[in-house]
Design a protein around this ligand. Structure first.
Ligand code: G6D
Length: 343
């Protein structure tokens, strides 16, 4: 296995990790993000994630694609929360006046420190970042790392660590979009999805959670047995699906044996299995509507990819049963997600 470093533009770097089976994982210190994930198939190499060809493109087209998101993934209602009796107002960055993905710019817009790590079993790049006290309104000097690893079992592993010198909020995630066809112009409708979750979080029209955990039974969000995304998108009685022209929801994982989530390509040649120690996964099906992006010489549009944002549920600071995102000085934050590639 090997790691190569190259220029990614504007003082940023690209790190290419290649395993002995021909899998290539490209990551950048710009936003500590995944850029490419290439797998070999009997019909040639296939890049199964969305990504641009230079760091500039992320600034001009879409800053979140593949990026590490923090301090708090998802929306904080009105950018306001209480911590140990004190009310904080953090920077809001949505039309509805909420804070999305930690404010803007946040982790996705930073150049992280990087360190290449090679062991017998895997190659890794560890990205580290210090978010200063008061950044975007969040308390505490937060030192955080995210380590991307690739091994010869074709597993891409993400490990997060963080510490803070004052009580704060921390709920990071990775904003990777998968499209297992390898063609950004092919919508994901033909993919089959399995999500081992009995409940999802109901959303308001502005994307904030209502606080209701709803059973998936009888809804278009029941993926406990494999179902095509087309069936989900087209099924009637999917009020929440229609509200967002797709999925943009947290699913509460039941963590039964095996994978938490499985995505299968339409031709059955490639699949990704996700296993995480996080309580929820936010699935967003790139509900871009008429918005288009130039990507790798093609045009990315509506339903061009699907995210698997493993994290505590958005709204956790508002609703106790949505998870725990308070990080205290005497704690070390740790989270791990594995994406197993089959091809
Ligand atoms: C939209 O609501 C969605 C978010 O979940 C997503 O992360 C973002 O677009 C890229 O705001």
């Amino acid at each position: 296995m090997e790691v190569r470093q190259s220029d990614f533009g504007n003082g940023t770097n690209l790190f290419s990790m290649v395993n002995d089976n021909g899998v290539r994982l490209d990551v950048s210190d710009f936003g500590a993000r995944i850029v490419n994930l290439v797998v070999p198939t009997d019909t040639g190499e296939r890049n199964i994630v969305l990504g641009f060809e230079s760091s500039e493109d992320y600034t001009t087209q879409d800053s979140y694609i593949g990026a590490t998101i923090g301090r708090v993934a998802g929306r904080i209602n009105s950018g306001r929360f209480k911590l140990d009796g004190k009310t904080y107002q953090v920077q809001t960055n949505t039309e509805a006046g909420h804070t999305l993905h930690g404010g803007a710019p946040s982790f996705e817009g930073k150049i992280w420190q990087s360190q290449i790590i090679r062991t017998e079993d895997e190659v890794s790049v560890m990205f580290t970042l210090t978010s200063p006290d008061g950044e975007n309104g969040f308390p505490g000097n937060l030192t955080t790392s995210v380590t991307y690893s690739l091994n010869n079992q074709n597993e891409w592993t993400l490990v997060y660590q963080a510490q803070t010198d004052q009580t704060t909020l921390y709920n990071p995630t990775n904003h990777v979009y998968f499209n297992l066809t390898g063609d950004v112009e092919t919508p994901i409708d033909g993919h089959e999805l399995t999500v081992m979750a009995d409940q999802f979080a109901v959303l308001n029209s502005d994307g904030t959670v209502t606080g209701e955990k709803r059973d998936v039974s009888g809804t278009s969000f029941d993926f406990r047995t494999a179902k095509s995304l087309k069936d989900c998108f087209e099924l009637a009685n999917g009020a929440q699906k229609d509200l967002f022209s797709g999925i943009d929801h947290p699913f509460f994982l039941s963590h039964e044996k095996g994978a938490d989530v499985i995505l299968q390509s339409p031709d059955g040649k490639v699949s990704v299995e996700v296993e995480t120690d996080q309580e929820t996964i936010v699935i967003f099906t790139a509900n871009f509507g008429q918005d288009k992006m130039d990507m790798r010489g093609k045009t990315l549009g509506h339903h061009g990819g699907i995210t698997f944002e493993t994290q505590a549920a958005p709204g956790a600071i508002e609703f106790e049963d949505f998870g725990e995102i308070v990080l205290r000085p005497d704690q070390v934050y740790h989270a791990k997600t594995i994406y197993r590639l089959k091809f």
